[in-house]
Structures are given as C-alpha cells and as structure tokens.
Design a protein around this ligand. Structure first.
Ligand code: IVH
Length: 699
C-alpha cells in the first residue's frame, strides 16, 4: 500500500520538519523530506486534495535542495528534486514498447455493446462475464516502464510498436511517481498504459493567461497535451498542467522474466487498485464492475449525460473484460484487443449544407419552413431535414440557401440549427423569401401582427385536411387502425376524403376495386373505422385538433361535460374555471366552438354514429387514491404492460410524467432500469417502487 495507511505519520513528520522540531542526521532528514514531498505531491497532483500550503511545500523543497547540495553523494534519481532536468532534449530516441500499444475498436450504441458481449462470451466460452466500464480519456497516450520500482522509461504511442522516448518530460509530471513499490508483489519489470491529459479548468486558465500575455491560445487540450509531451524543454512541458491517468497494465514480469499477468495480477479492477495504491492517478472512482449488458448500458447512459460535468475531457467510455485470464482467452487482432471496446459518445454537433426549403402546411394552416440539408450523421441518427420554425427564425439567424449550417442534437432532443458558418460562404448563397401564398391551395397567407406564423386561412385547403385527418386517426386520438398517411393521401387525391367526416362515409365498393385492396383489407379498414365510433370523448376532443388541446387537456375537459356539444355554450371564463385550462387554452377552445364549420363537423360525426357523450363507463379516474401524485415507469415491466400501467395510474386519479424531475413522486422501476433510476435515486424526495409495491399502492 502506498501513502494511504501512512498518512497520519506523514502528516506528523511534515509538521516536525516544517517547524524544525527534531534533530535529524542529514541522511535521515533527506529521506524524511523526500517521503513527505512525495506524499504531498500525491495529495496535490493525484488526489487534488492538498493538505499544506504552497509556501510550506516550497520551504520543504528548498531545504531538500540545500541538503542535497551539501551531500551530493546522497542524490538519487527518484528524488523529487530530480524531476525537471536542466538542458534541452535533442531528439527523442525511438524505443520499442514491451507490449504493443493497440488501439480500441469503437462502438456507438446498445446493439454494438450487445454484439461485443456476445462475442466475448463466445471467445471465452463463459456464459457470464464481468466487465469494467471506465471513462475514455481524451488526451495523448503514454507507456511507462518501472524496473526495480524505479521509473526507467516513458514513451509515446508512436506506431504502436515503436514510440518516442519522452522520459525526461514524463519525469517532470508530478502525478507520475518516480518510484513505486511494485516489488512487494514480486513484480520486477512492469509496463503501464495511460493518458496524459490537461484538466478542463487548467486548460481554460492556461488559455486565459496566454491571452493576457498576447500568446497564441491552444485549440484543444488533446493536441496541447501531445504537443507538450514532445517539447524539448522539460521545464516548459512541466508548466503545461499535464497530468497522467493510468488505466492498464500491459506487461509485468518477475526477476526471472516470468509473466505475472493472470497469476499475481488477477483482474483489471485489482490492477487499477494496485496502481492507485502505488500513488498513480487512475480512473478508480469513476469505474464500475458490471455483470450484465443492461448494467453496462445503464452506466454508459448515465455517463452520457454527466460527462460534461467531469473535470477531464472524455470522448467515450471503455468496456473491458475484468478477468485477466479471460482477456487472454479473447486475444487480440493486429489492431485491437478483443476483450475491450470503446463506446463513443454521440457527437452533439455537425455541419451540413442547406440545399432546399420546403414549406409544410399544418392542420391549423400554419406554414412551417423545413430545411432540407445534405444528410449528416448526428448523435446516432442521420438527419436530412430540420424545422426552421418561422420567418423570424430565418431572419434572426441570417440563414441563406446554400449556407453551411451547424446542427445540434442533444440526447433525444429534436435536432435544430444553431447557426450559419458564415466563413464558408462563397457568395452564391441566396436570400430566403418566405412565400406569400399557400403552397398547397394558393390562397394568400396571413400573418397576424403579434404572431410569428404565416397561416393559410382556407378551411378547404387540402394540405390542412390531410394533416387534420392524419391527426384525427392517430394513436393518441381516435386510434383508427388501417388508415395510414399514404392511404389518406391516396383517398384525398381520389376525392373520397375531403374532410374528417368523410372517414365515416367511405365508398367501400370502389375501394374494393382499387389495386392493392383485397376484401380482407377493406374489412379491416371498415372495422377500424367502426370501432372508433365508440371511443370516449376525450379522444374525440384530442382528435379535433383544437390548438393547445392535447391528450391531457382533453381528459381534463371531458370530466366537466355531459356531451361535447356542452362546450358550445361556454364562455372563455367558464372554460378557464376548468382545472388544467389556462386563458390561452380557453380562448382556443372558445374559438373552435364558435365556428359554425366545426359544429357542423361534430353534428355530422354524431349522425354517423360517433360517440359525443360522456358516458359513465368512460370515467377516467374511478377513484382518487393517487390524487395529486405523479408517476413514471422505467425498465422492463413484468407484471403489466406499460399501457396498462399508465391506465392504472389514471384510473386511480394519478398523473404520469415523462421524465425524472423534482416534480416526480414515484418511479416504478422494472428489471434492468437504467439512467432514469439512477437519476431518481439522486433526488431524495422521489420514492422508488417495485411493480408489486405499485400494485399494493393502488390496492
Ligand atoms: S485501454 C489495449 N482505457 O483510447 C488496451 N484506453 O482509442 C489499451 N484511452 O489507445 C487501451 N482512455 O490511448 C484504455 N480508460 C482507457 C482509455 C484508453 C483513453 C485511449 C488509449 C487508446 C485509445 C483507443
């Protein structure tokens, strides 16, 4: 064990050395100061938890230098004074690594991880495999060799077989111990792999300082780290805030050159523990031993969100088979080990060219400009079209046709255009002129003064009818099976579907004769449409496409009426009194029911047999056991389906939320729950329930 168990003694020794309390023989004092300085280097550079002031540290360092100057015969290469060498390195010598420095294969999603897990199980012949998952540090890789507990060589990766000898610069990094007690384990020679990085805050400060000194600022910490390792002046290298994190033992032999990997050294985790105890900086606090693919994925997704708060740049995670004998059984290709894989975090931004703009007419007549860009991969999906929202958005961002735009997508969020890369303009870009007539029906578009949206006001506009019908039949609304978008478009073109009510008056005899329509599909379509007639009115209220009325509001509204026609006589004020209905929503409902065309539509639907009454059996909440309580379900549920779970919450008067936040009361976690569960655990007020506990809650 390194410093940990000695801390008390070293703290006391520090005090007596600083205070000069004790008389030492020169040899003993040199020895004492060295061990104290090493201890404080470790506290400062490895743990980032210093326990003495810089001034006291400098006093000790100065004393050591004085003593060594008086007794040059007592100077050893691992003395803290011997880190920074005077003079310049001429050329970096080429050195062969003890084990070749392979790179890692990349993976990007859960499927890739599943493949990797499957392959490892095949290669090892073991049905269960433990993995270590740890951050992938974005820096410059190095290999350190210790012999007889002394650092004898540090090298860059080079071509993987031969690297550059950067021992002089590596010695200048205080996070790299010049000596380490490997011999306690019988290890005579050992090669360690790691990454030289610059912490985010250090990098920022360095650039800020450079700016003040009118020096050129650095582009990114990875390039700065690798450039700094190759500086000829180790003093300058030492000033760049470099730190080494060690994450792998690639070679270890005893005095007789006997390999110790897989015997003395058992697992990756215990290797990292060993390095940690020897005073190295390691990922130990940020790694997890995972026993299943689901556990790996949960940890990866947790990191995907928290990596931005991590003090070191990471570009992914590394998943490693924990058992070293199993690693050996997996083996390596000439490029990468088969026992490890890198999981790359999704890039958040990409650039692409804006090639065209489409104007889409929504069901309320709103015209939305949609940018067509050259397809680009971003955060795991290929993006070729992105909403530009409205005319003002285009003007504010000064977006032109032919521009290169920066696209961002964070997590599950819909991609959006961050801005234009103005530097890449060549003068051929064209100003975007928002159309003044509807692209579907050629009616003039209108834009009310206080609004940002251009609208087509033509009630008969086919594009609007199309969107209205698509919305009407959708899953959350009337949920009509067998009437998808392409059939709707086809039926509109054939004149079967001018508007919503025509759904219930389709010419089945003609449809039967159409190409691609057999008797069975006609029967299915008819059944889907017929069964929609008996839906509860909250579905109809959702399906009508009233602005600002989604499922939740529709459910709130439905509780307050006997029939949908009751809304006809309500004032904005009446409507605002309904729980869950604000003034904006109330106005929009009022406007909808003030329009004759809409009442006509409802009457027609009723004539066709569509339910417009609030029937007792439709009551959403059958009791109020969960009144005022919010729920979220995660993981795979075994006792009930997700839809049934949601229904149960609603029937008992509870509310469902879509994400973990402080508003959440209960998270019901099934098997293999991932990031939602870990996020919920961090919020003390959220109660975590099993499926059974949830069931007993509702009795
Ligand atoms: S393990 C033979 N672990 O990523 C396996 N590599 O793209 C040795 N890297 O060449 C590599 N963090 O420079 C490993 N926690 C980590 C890492 C890591 C960063 C680098 C390393 C490697 C490259 C592969």
């Amino acid at each position: 064990m390194y410093a940990a168990p000695d801390q008390q003694r070293l703290n006391q020794l520090t005090i007596s050395l600083i205070k000069g309390e004790k008389e030492f023989a020169a040899f003993a004092e040199i020895d004492a100061i060295r061990s104290v300085i090493r201890y404080h280097d470790w506290r400062y550079y490895v743990l980032s938890e210093p326990v003495i002031t810089d001034r006291d540290y400098d006093t000790l360092f100065k004393r050591l230098k004085e003593l060594e100057a008086a007794h040059p015969d007592l100077i050893t290469p691992d003395s803290p004074t011997q880190r920074v060498a005077a003079g310049l390195t001429e050329d970096f010598a080429q050195v062969a690594h003890l084990a070749s420095m392979l790179s890692l294969e990349n993976s990007y999603n859960d499927e890739d991880i599943a493949d990797f897990d499957r392959k490892v199980k095949e290669l090892t012949g073991s049905p269960t495999v433990g993995y270590c998952v740890e951050p992938k540090f974005d820096g410059s890789s190095i290999a350190l060799v210790y012999e007889n507990d002394q650092l004898v060589r540090a090298a860059t990766r080079g071509d993987g077989t031969i690297g550059e000898d950067i021992t002089t610069n590596a010695r200048a990094l205080s996070s790299i111990p010049l000596s380490a007690a490997f011999s306690k384990l019988g290890i005579h020679r050992i090669e360690l792999r790691g990454e030289v990085i610059i912490r985010k805050d250090v990098f920022e400060k360095m650039n800020k300082d450079r700016k003040e000194l009118s020096l050129k600022t650095f582009q990114n910490s990875r390039n700065t780290a690798s450039g700094s390792l190759r500086l000829k002046d180790s003093r300058e290298a030492a000033s760049r805030g470099l730190e080494a994190v060690l994450y792998h033992i690639s070679y270890a032999v005893d005095k007789k050159d006997k390999n110790l990997i897989g015997t003395t050294l058992h697992t990756h985790y215990s290797n990292i523990e060993l390095l940690n105890e020897c005073g190295f900086k390691t990922p130990i606090r940020d790694m997890k031993v995972c026993k299943s693919e689901a556990e790996i994925e949960g940890f990866l997704h947790e990191w995907e969100t928290k990596r931005h708060t991590f003090p070191i740049e990471t570009d992914g995670m590394v998943i490693k088979v924990n058992d070293l004998k199993m690693q050996e059984r997996c083996g390596s290709t000439s490029h990468h080990p088969r026992w490890a894989i890198a999981y790359k975090f999704a890039a958040k931004q990409a650039q692409s060219k804006l090639v065209d703009i489409e104007y889409q007419v929504g069901r309320t007549g709103a015209v939305t400009p949609v940018a067509k860009i050259e397809p680009v991969a971003l955060a795991g999906v290929t993006i070729s079209s992105i909403s530009l929202h409205n005319e003002d958005f285009i003007k504010e961002k000064d977006i032109k046709l032919g521009d290169t735009v920066t696209v961002e997508r964070a997590g599950e969020v819909i991609p959006y255009i961050v801005g234009v890369v103005a530097d890449l303009r060549d003068g051929n870009e064209r100003v975007i002129i928002f159309p003044k007539i509807c692209p579907s029906c050629n009616s003039p578009l209108v834009r009310p003064e206080e609004e940002a949206i251009w609208r087509c006001d033509n009630a008969e506009c086919p594009a609007q009818a199309e969107e209205r019908i698509i919305h009407y039949v959708s899953k959350d609304a009337m949920d009509i099976d067998g009437l998808g978008r392409s059939i709707i478009i086809d039926f509109i073109e054939r004149g079967y579907l001018q508007n919503i009510e025509y759904i219930y008056d389709l010419p089945y005899d003609e449809i039967r004769k159409l190409e691609g329509w057999g008797e069975k599909s006609v029967v299915n379509l008819r059944e889907g449409i017929e069964s929609s007639k008996g839906r509860p009115i909250w579905r109809l209220l959702t399906a009508l496409g009233i602005r600002h009325v989604g499922v939740t509001t529709a459910k709130d509204l439905s509780k307050h009426v006997k029939s949908v026609f009751d809304f006809e006589g309500m004032t904005v004020e009446n409507l605002t009194n309904i729980e869950g209905v604000g003034p904006k929503v109330a106005q929009s409902i009022f406007d909808f029911f003030s329009k004759e065309g809409n009442i006509h539509l409802l009457k027609k639907l009723k004539e066709f047999g569509v339910n417009t009454d609030n029937r007792p059996e439709d009551a959403i909440a059958k009791n109020n056991k969960l009144q005022g309580k919010t729920f979220l379900f995660t993981g795979s549920l075994e006792k009930f389906t997700r839809d049934r779970a949601k229904q149960l919450v609603e029937e008992n008067g509870g509310t469902l939320l879509s994400g973990v936040s402080s508003k959440l009361n209960y998270l019901v976690a099934g098997a293999d729950a991932g990031s939602k569960l870990s996020k919920a655990k961090a919020i003390l007020t959220i109660e975590i329930l099993t499926e059974d506990e949830f069931l007993s809650l509702i009795g």
